[in-house]
Structures are given as structure tokens and as C-alpha cells.
Design a protein around this ligand. Sequence first.
Ligand code: PMP
Length: 297
Amino acid sequence: MYFNNNTLVFLDGHFVKADQASCSAYAQSLHYGYAAFEGLRSYNTPAGTRIFKAKEHYERLRYSCQAVGLPLSHSVEELTEITYKLLEKNNFTDAYIRPLVYAGEPNMGIKAPATSNLFIAAWEWGKYLGDQCLRLMISPYERPNPKSVPIEAKISGHYANSIVASSDAKNKGYDEALLLDMNGFVAEGPGSNFFFEKGGELYTAPAGSILKGITRATVIELAREAGIKVHEQFFRPEALKEAEGAFLTGTAAEVVGVSSIGEHVFQKPFADTIGARLARQYTALVTGQAAGHLLTV
Ligand code: PMP
């Protein structure tokens, strides 16, 4: 799925064949989860192939590196340029893009390294068709304490928590986990942000114990433009009993509906919720079909 014999990736200043991009089994990042990454998407738009919010994603990558002391010398502009080149070389339009900054030197120590490696891969990812809604489960696993490693940094090691929570939910027959923070407030999904609808308004966890999603910010902007109130506030799982609908947001998932949370099944079909409306608007925006200032691809 990720590459074939012809796929090129970017590794430390060069475009190389994907099957030749390798990493030492002694790499510090592999042992300790000490790496930063991003997930971006490009879309086929009337103006050509466009990476959605490349600036925001690469600013977050730079922030993530800086938050944990991983060296990254490339500017946002350079990273964006490399990524467009990578798409062009692979002839990709609709793609998922995965930049990774890692400590690849053999090093079993736990001191931040003086150098890092930059890997950027992309693979074709067409429009996901179908509108299957997800059955969520409140996870027994909590999001990491934001004072352990900054939670607003997209650090590989955090995703041990995501994998454990998501696998647990799936093993129990659900589609995805919904995680609380260390104080018992609803935080987010393992790889997405969470919103619920009540009385024509939206509620989502505030910054603090979540990854501040770029899709989340886009959806909040779209909702507010449409005159829909969005509350960024802490809420407990009990508040979800009064929810009339819910959805997850993320670069990969885009805006995906939720049909139930634990035993609580939403009565309103997702198609009739604010989430469904925002999902359509989001698609229009990323594919360049929407007019207006929000079209900052
Ligand atoms: N939370 C977590 C834990 C994530 O991994 C992601 C995916 N990057 C998100 C939220 C959504 O972020 P974005 O909308 O920027 O993709």
C-alpha cells in the first residue's frame, strides 16, 4: 500500500527509492519513540495538486521538534517545496504525506542528539467513499499527562497510547476509542479530535490535553462562519448522554460521523446533524470547490 518499486521518498536531502530508505536497528528513535512526525494530505483541485494547510502542518512539525529538542534546520517553506517536489516526482495528486524527523544514529543513550534525519514519504490516497459512522467506546486508557511530554507536539512515543487504546476498543467490538484526559474530561480519539452536538451548538475539548488538530481548527472556523456556536470547554463523559450527534476530525479521517458512544446510540441520523453539513463543507474546501477566504491551500 505504501510504496512500490518506483516510489521515491525524500531522505536527508535526497530523493531515493523507497525500498532503499532504511534505518539502523540501533536508532535512538526506534528504541525510545523519540521522533516527531506529521500527516498531511494533498488534493486534486481546479488549481492543480494542492497540499491542504501545508504551512500549518509544517509549523506544527517545527514546533514538535523544538518542544522535545530534536534538531530540524528546514524552514516551513523548504519543507513545503520538498513535499511538492516529492508529489510531482511520484506523479501523485490525491495523497497522504508523512514527514518524520528522527534520531537515526545508533545511540542507546537518553540525551537529545546533535543531529537528526528527515524522511518524507507520500502514498496515493483517493477520496474515501461511503459514510459509515463510527461506534466509539470510552477508553479505559487516558491521554498522556501533558506535563510528561508536551501533548501539543506530535511525538511518535505518544502513539503507543493511541495504539493501545484503539486496539483495545477494536478488540471489544467498537470502531474506535474515545480517550479521557488525566482529569477525567473527554479529550480526543487516538488520532483525531472529537466534537459533539447539542441544541444546535458544538462542543469540543479545549487546548491543554489534546493535539490541536488542523482539521479541528478548520471545522471550528467553518462552523463559526455558518453562525454555529462552538464551545471549546472541558466536559465529562456524562455530558455525552445529552449529545444529539458527534463526529471526529483529522487530516486522515477528515470529518467522520459517530453513531454511538458506548451504550448511547444517537437517535438523529448523522446525515441530519451539523457534523454532516461540516463534512460536506470540509470536502468542498480541501478540494478547492469552496469560495472564500478559507481557501488557504
Ligand atoms: N489528535 C491526535 C492524537 C492525532 O493524532 C491527530 C492526527 N494528526 C489529530 C488529533 C487530528 O489532527 P489534524 O486535524 O491536524 O490531522
